[in-house]
Design a binder for this molecule. Structure first.
Ligand code: AMP
Ligand code: MG
Length: 323
């Protein structure tokens, strides 16, 4: 017993929490992990950042050389007879995104950007009425024809433009956690903006992820203790500007109207992996409280915490106190 305790304290004396934070994917990417060997910990954290950069370089709509930009240039020109070949990873991303398009009856729709690409949140500008009229019909995920087995795609409409911003960060945190898990790490936390995933616990205590206060000063509205889970938060405070009538114009778009939604201020989804929690947080944001909670209550692996614009908090059934 004594010997064991001694051994533990020796190894624990070398093991440390190692953290790194960098600006990638237009947000803060951070990693915290526990490892016996500080040099290995540092190397693994660097590998996480390299993987995050790779994902950004591959799926950013802002980089002309990304696979996404290439797809958006080529796929509208292609057809069933001559589809564009894409990578197995792009196939997985599109397949998951189209699945959420079907599940939410188009509330989650990666073609939202056919019109929404003409919002500039920094400059505070939005698409004109004629752009809206012309491009709204191009928003429909069913325009994206994916052949999963063949790894090919084409768009059925020339003006379709895909953006994976609602799902890529969740995928990225999953990739990071997988990389750490395969390297033998048992305790880690990775986040990319509003998408976080934790591996194991924080040495006998749960990880605690904060849901931001949607308005006012920086602050945490709700603390969520988590082990071995993912949490994604979508918020109307992340990218927005205030329009001429004082309205908040933000980055989560209702595909039916091409405009940002105005019921919820923040949606957090908790579940086993970030790929799904990310898509679901954006989906529930668009669906609104009633339809969004009804969807989450049908999915046993997921829970939701909503904050309305009026500041009211609502929980999915799995988090509600017993009646
Ligand atoms: P998140 O913070 O994960 O909710 O992602 C928000 C991002 O999702 C936005 O910045 C857009 O890139 C993208 N997005 C906005 N509206 C939609 C939508 N209706 N369906 C899918 N993606 C969307
Ligand atoms: Mg999301």
């Amino acid at each position: 017993m004594l010997a064991l305790a001694f051994m533990f304290s020796v190894s624990a004396a070398h093991a440390v929490w190692h953290s790194d934070e960098q600006a990638i994917m237009g947000t803060r990417v951070s990693v915290t992990l526990w490892h016996d060997d500080p040099a290995v910990a540092q190397r693994l954290a660097a590998q996480v950042m390299t993987e995050m950069r790779r994902i950004d370089n591959t799926y950013s709509p802002y980089k002309d050389s990304s696979d996404l930009s290439l797809m958006n240039r080529e796929a509208p020109e292609r057809s069933a007879a001559n589809p564009l070949t894409i990578s197995p990873e792009m196939t997985r991303l599109l397949d998951k995104a189209l699945y959420y398009g079907r599940l939410t009856d188009g509330a989650f729709d990666i073609t939202f950007a056919s019109l929404a690409r003409y919002y500039d949140y920094r400059a505070g500008t939005q698409p004109s009425d004629s752009q809206r009229e012309q491009l709204l019909p191009a928003i429909d995920y069913r325009h994206v024809k994916l052949d999963k087995a063949a790894h090919t795609v084409y768009y059925t409409q020339p003006q379709v433009y895909v953006d994976l911003g609602g799902i890529a960060k969740g995928y990225a945190v999953d990739r990071a956690i997988a990389l750490l898990h395969e390297a033998g790490v048992q305790h880690a936390s990775v986040s990319a903006g509003g998408d976080s995933r934790v591996l194991g616990d924080r040495h006998g205590r749960p990880w605690v992820v904060g849901i931001k206060q949607p308005r006012g000063a920086e602050g945490v509205a709700i603390k969520v203790p988590l082990n071995d889970s993912a949490i994604s938060t979508s918020g109307d405070y992340e990218r927005f500007f205030i329009g001429a009538e004082g309205e908040r114009i933000h980055h989560i778009i209702n595909p039916r109207t091409g405009k940002s939604t105005d019921e919820l201020a923040s949606v957090s989804i908790i579940g086993p992996d970030g790929f799904d929690t990310d898509a679901l947080s954006t989906s529930v944001f668009v669906l609104g409280a009633a339809k969004g909670l009804a969807l989450i209550d049908k999915l046993p692996a997921f829970d939701a915490i909503l904050i309305t614009r009026a500041g009211k908090v609502a929980y999915s059934r799995g988090l509600a106190p017993p009646e």
